[in-house]
Design a protein around this ligand. Sequence first.
Ligand SMILES: [Zn+2]
Length: 153
Amino acid sequence: MLKDYYAILGISEDATLTEIKQQYQKLLLINHPDKQQQNQSQMTSSSTPTLIPLQDIKEAWEYLRLPAQRAFYDSSLKAMRLRANGQVNDDIDLDDMDFDEETGIYSSPCRCSGEYVITEDELELGVDIVVCSTCSLIVRIHYEIADDQDYAN
Ligand SMILES: [Zn+2]
């Protein structure tokens, strides 16, 4: 399960890299362990902000700082939400998809003229929901993960 790093950082999903970086640095300061003790001694309990684990803040930055990685994260996040909403139209077995060894891309034709495309990298990250390249149909891809590591761990 992916974390919502935009929610963790408290920024909008179309924030610019500069905005993300500023917020990241601000949160690092606010949530630093030394700072937290100071805050707690200065403020009443009612005004103490909810503390965000430093680990989460750093992880969010790692995911969002590189445009290519962020684009990939965005699509994974979108897929996760679609899955959570149960908006899946069909199921496909990975074995039934065409595999291009050179690009590492699996594809399967949609009932429209479009196709469903998923990469090996996405599969490794646990992505299993794909939106058709042309229409708005969504499929869930079934597959076994050989190396069953929790990516968010
Ligand atoms: Zn389609």
